[in-house]
Ligand binder design. Structure first.
Ligand code: NAD
Ligand code: MG
Length: 367
């Protein structure tokens, strides 16, 4: 197993990456648990597939689990979902010194982390992520949130977990489409800052997606190291370093918004399309070669991810999409900041991108 330290200004903690880790839950998480009943938040899919393994692990240490099971899907990250979870934590008598366990994908992690941030003004929590996206992205770094009528992740807090246990074996039951969507975020780490890792992903992606647990573990460990160093440098996204993780996300968000944030386009699929758009836009402005942009497009396509927005069933033109790209950026006027690339592994934030130019670029891509 790999133990990766996240040294954020507000807290430092370990991310443990490996196989067979659920069985070692007590050994890893035991020091953080103060009672014989462990409060675990999960969704119904994860409860069915992996709940028994976690129950066995804590039973060996004489503990039992109190389950709070939410419906699978983004709907749980809501005011109602938060209220139900907060009331439940109070009923369970979880103390400020205790740690709630988030056992699931990014939805469960974001909801539980936020509930922990406000439970009695803040209790601890442990992330046990079960999707590839949660392994490489959402479980590390302390961003927690729910959605509101104003949009996704609009209400939340920075609240770091005390420990993250990323068991690659959990990924064996993940539907293929979810796995590929998570792989888009893996590719993102290479594309934004590490050309060698991008090559590694291009070479090993097929075997990783097909089920090679060792490759999955290695990819997760690599991404977590990258995220740990970004979070250490810029925990609350103030200097621009952490903003690089938004590569592909501004375009992607517009596509998610245009398709209704539903099953039509998963977040990782939107990010894949967004990364292709970011490299093509970078090539169009002369920052990056057409060849390199083409290479990225092909690598993303080979992972079974979408690369062409012309293939989407979109009821939106370039101007509509460009307008959706302003979303939470509080943008006034006709320009936005955008993460662009000077090459594979060389992302940077470009301020003052002209939205009219982006709109005409998107119109070309929609052809
Ligand atoms: P998710 O939590 O909805 O999980 C996707 C699906 O996979 C669900 O149906 C779930 O029940 C199922 N599932 C989970 N683990 C499984 C397993 N091991 N086997 C079989 N099925 C399993 O989605 P996600 O992609 O993990 O996370 C998306 C959420 O994460 C979004 O709400 C997004 O805003 C958030 N997010 C947060 C951060 C952050 O930094 N906090 C970063 C990225 C994304
Ligand atoms: Mg993302």
């Amino acid at each position: 197993m790999d133990r990766i330290k996240v040294e954020a200004p507000s807290a430092s903690y370990d991310v443990v990456v490996g196989t067979g880790l659920l069985a070692q839950f007590e050994e890893l998480a035991g020091p953080f648990l103060t009672s014989g009943r462990v409060a675990v938040v999960t969704d119904a899919n994860v409860r069915d597939l992996h709940g028994a393994a976690l129950e066995r692990a804590v039973a060996d240490a004489g503990r039992e689990i109190a389950w709070h099971v939410v419906d699978p899907g983004e709907g749980a990250k809501s005011w109602q979902g938060l209220e139900a979870l907060s009331d439940w934590l109070l009923e369970q008598g979880v103390t400020r010194g205790d740690h709630v366990v988030a056992f699931g994908g990014g939805v469960v992690g974001d909801l539980t982390g936020f509930a922990a941030a406000i439970h009695k003004r803040g209790c601890g929590f442990i992330q046990v992520p079960t999707t590839l996206l949660a392994h490489v992205d959402s479980s590390v770094g302390g961003k927690t949130a729910i959605n509101s009528s104003a949009g996704k992740n609009m209400v939340g807090a920075f609240h770091q977990p005390a420990l993250v246990i990323a068991d690659s074996d959990c990924l064996a039951t993940l539907p293929n489409r979810e796995l590929r969507a998570g792989f888009a975020e893996v590719l993102k780490y290479g594309l934004l800052g590490d050309a060698d890792f991008f090559d590694w992903c291009a070479a090993n992606g097929a075997a990783l997606l097909a089920g090679d647990a060792a490759l999955r573990r290695d990819a997760v460990a690599h991404c977590v190291r990258a995220k740990a160093s970004i979070v250490a440098a810029d925990e609350t996204e103030r200097t621009g370093t952490r903003a690089l993780l938004n590569l592909g996300h501004t375009f992607g968000h517009a596509l998610e918004a245009a398709t209704g944030f539903g099953d039509a386009l998963l977040h990782g699929e939107a990010v894949a399309l967004g990364m292709v758009l970011a490299v093509k836009y970078s090539a169009r402005t002369g920052l990056m070669s057409e060849n390199a942009a083409q290479h990225v497009d092909e690598a993303i396509g080979r992972a079974g991810l979408p690369t062409a927005i012309s293939a989407l069933d979109l009821d939106a033109d370039g101007a509509t999409l460009a307008d959706l790209m302003r979303h939470d950026k509080k943008v006034v006027g006709d320009s936005i900041p955008l993460i662009l690339l000077r090459g594979i592994g060389a992302a940077f934030m470009q301020h003052d991108i002209d939205l009219a130019d982006v709109a005409s670029f998107l119109d070309q891509q929609l052809q």
